[in-house]
Design a protein around this ligand. Sequence first.
Ligand code: F6P
Length: 357
Amino acid sequence: MKRIGMLTSGGDCQALNAAMRGVVKCLSCSGEAVEIYGFLEGYKGLIYGDFRMLTGADFSGILTKGGTILGSSRTPFKLMREPDENGLDKVEAMKQNYYKLKLDCLVILGGNGTHKTANLLRGEGLNVVTLPKTIDNDLWGTDMTFGFQSAVDIATDCIDCIHTTAASHGRIFIVEVMGHKVGWLTLNAGMAGGADIILIPEIPYDINKIIEAINARAERGSKFTIMAVAEGAISKEDAKLSKKEYKEKMKNYPYPSVSYEIADKIQKKTGLDVRVTVPGHTQRGGSPCPYDRVFATRLGAEAGKMILNGEYGFMVGYKNREVIKVPLEEVAGKLKMVSPDATIVQEAKLTGISFGD
Ligand code: F6P
């Protein structure tokens, strides 16, 4: 008999349900008796003992369902060691709930912050297996996270729609893409949507280079320009500021987000008409794309196999088209960023895409 605790933490994404289903299908197909304790709303459920016993029926029909059947929440890692408002020691509470339910292991699905806490729990002696979810694709130790491809599809659809109206009106259009501090989503959706300019956090931009690219297109007869701008895009000047100086500057930031700042600067410097579209959380919503359904099922099945073998302390990752095990202590606290020298960036530049650098 295996007693498994399961939780989904952090911002949700597509294919969380598909991954959990993969784990449970693998365990039930093995013939081993299993009890699944689903902790609700991420680590909160584990801290406060808020769980639901789940049966095979809970995992039936959820392969295609977006969101997470367990709910999710953000429980910042930096606050994990601090007592809650009632003085409760959160780490101790999680351990007690784990031992009280006599769990064999925890299956934790999450992104960067989630992995820091998962590694903390591993360090505290709990058996943990994790699965890499996030539309940002910024988890270290894996080439791909589930949710990413689905989000690329949605952001690309958005750029496609903007393309037709941009062509009719001869304007500059900015589509602001999620991705937190990294540019994977913007780079891929930008290339897939045929964006003319792609701005990512890893390559700070110069507003004059952006305007040069717009003018060069106009000289070639293109009346419109499509820009895919990462929500974390940063100018060359701002990239030079210290963390403290940048924070100070952002206190009086007059724009809703970076795209509006860029739009304002282009408009003022050129007089051109600029429009901003922010697809926002739609990028995390809806059904997982077929790629993510397959990918999450594969990772889930491998997690199930690891549990059956009693292999704990790993994230199930994906490298060079192989599913692999990555020690949690190697994953926690690291960010996988786009290298400005990456071949994909060079190839994008070869096709005339400007990165504003
Ligand atoms: O990490 C996933 C993500 O969607 C990021 O791309 C984005 O910056 C962030 O979450 C948004 O967070 P929230 O849902 O808390 O607003």
